[in-house]
Design a binder for this molecule. Structure first.
Ligand code: PMP
Length: 406
């Protein structure tokens, strides 16, 4: 294992070495997407320069090479989240695509009156597909409420569960609040009534060790671009028996076993859910991104990020006019706040002029913003390449921006 040294890690990320408006870039928008290490950039270049070929069907050397690299990446992903089998790893376009796949395919197994439970802190991508499915199949959608700190009310959740509950779809870590949800407990309770559980891992694989078998989730989804890999690639993990039961999502090449005009039979897992030419470079280079992370002790990265988060939160608490949004006891990598009387966008614009990239707005969690009765927040989200010095500069810039707008 490679010792965690933030100075050395920063050398691996060329994007961090640039200036914006003549200021050193401070990149605090990792919740939206992460920067890419040189290893991943080199792998993208290598693939398109030398290895480019379509996979799974070619007799020629390059096709076989691309196929084996793509399938090796699937194995790297399996190991990274500790899935039992390689065919439980389905390549998708990202978290949103994975959730839509499950809503569409697992959704076919549901019938009128069945219930799906989500939570008040979900990203739109873990709300809207279920609303669409509920409308199509006449299902009931229930929402676990939260407290002001941004923690799920688990007693209310317990009371929602019944034999009618078929699926619980919940985020592991909130992108707007940083709250880490007690997913093991949520999953155990759901299983006790026979419901399946989908975990939205878009904000978790890059911040904490994920073990899908220990967690015992039925589905787990995440995006490559938030774990230092390319955009347009993501992963759906599903338990094999469940995926076997589910009908295909899209029809086309690669997902079939035999096609005639009378009848088509489907390919085995994971190909049953992978119609068409996939994002081959994306899959291979997501594997590279995970190999980059595999150099480190995940616990060490996790503790470092928690320390950064606590530090930023403590500094923000010293401002009288700032309202912190998301003060859960168990949280990481996100500080979100609101300043009464000042629109988040105005602060974001002033921070940008000082070279600081943050996200402002509702972060695709409008119902959550409604709960707090605010238009949006200013969100700084961290990765292991960020530093305390950057937070100091950020805090000074926030102070300056407030006084300019005040
Ligand atoms: N869920 C959560 C918690 C997220 O943070 C995001 C990305 N902001 C998504 C889902 C959607 O991910 P993607 O846009 O990569 O599909």
């Amino acid at each position: 294992t490679r010792k965690m040294s933030v100075r050395e890690i920063r050398q691996d990320f060329p994007a961090l070495r640039q200036q914006v408006y003549g200021k050193n870039l401070i990149y605090f928008d990792n919740g939206a997407t992460s920067q890419k290490p040189q290893m991943v950039l080199d792998a993208i270049n290598q693939y398109y320069s030398m290895d480019n070929a379509n996979i799974h069907r070619g007799v020629h050397h390059l096709s076989q090479k691309a196929t084996s690299e793509y399938e090796e990446a699937r194995e790297t992903i399996r190991r990274f989240i500790n899935a039992e089998k390689k065919d439980e790893i389905i390549f998708t376009k990202g978290t949103t695509d994975g959730i839509n796949l499950v809503a569409s395919s697992f959704g076919e197994l549901l019938s009128a009156g069945d219930e799906i439970i989500i939570s008040a802190m979900e990203h739109h991508s873990n709300i809207v597909p279920w609303q669409m499915l509920a409308e199509r199949k006449k299902l009931v959608l229930k929402v676990i409420p939260i407290n002001k700190r941004g923690e799920l009310l688990l007693e209310d959740y317990q009371n929602m569960l019944s034999s009618k509950t078929k699926l619980v779809a919940i985020t592991h870590i909130s992108n707007s609040l940083g709250t880490i949800n007690p997913v093991e407990q949520i999953i155990e309770s759901a299983h006790a009534v026979g419901a399946k559980v989908l975990i939205d891992g878009a904000q978790s694989v890059q911040h904490t060790k994920v073990d899908v078998q220990a967690m015992n989730c039925d589905f787990f989804v995440f995006s490559g671009h938030k774990v230092f890999g390319p955009t347009g690639i993501g992963v759906l993990y599903g338990k094999e028996a469940l995926l076997d039961e589910m009908p295909p999502y899209q029809g086309g090449g690669d997902m079939i076993s035999k096609v005639t005009f009378e009848r088509t039979t489907y390919n085995e897992l994971p190909f049953k859910f992978e119609a068409g030419t996939p994002h081959i470079a994306g899959g291979i280079c997501l594997g590279t991104a995970l190999n980059y992370l595999n150099q480190f002790d995940s616990k060490e990265l996790e503790e470092y990020e928690r320390d950064l988060t606590e530090y930023a939160q403590e500094m923000l608490e010293t401002f009288e006019n700032i309202t912190l949004i998301g003060t859960a006891k168990n949280k990481t990598s996100v500080v979100s706040f609101h300043i009464p009387g000042i629109h988040p966008f105005d602060i974001g614009t002033l921070l940008d002029k000082q070279g600081i990239a943050v996200r402002t707005g509702h972060h695709c969690t409008q119902p959550l913003m409604d709960f707090y009765q605010i238009p949006g927040t200013i969100r700084a989200s961290f990765a292991f390449y960020n530093t305390r010095e950057e937070i100091d500069a950020f805090i000074a810039a926030v102070e300056k921006s407030i006084s300019m707008l005040g």
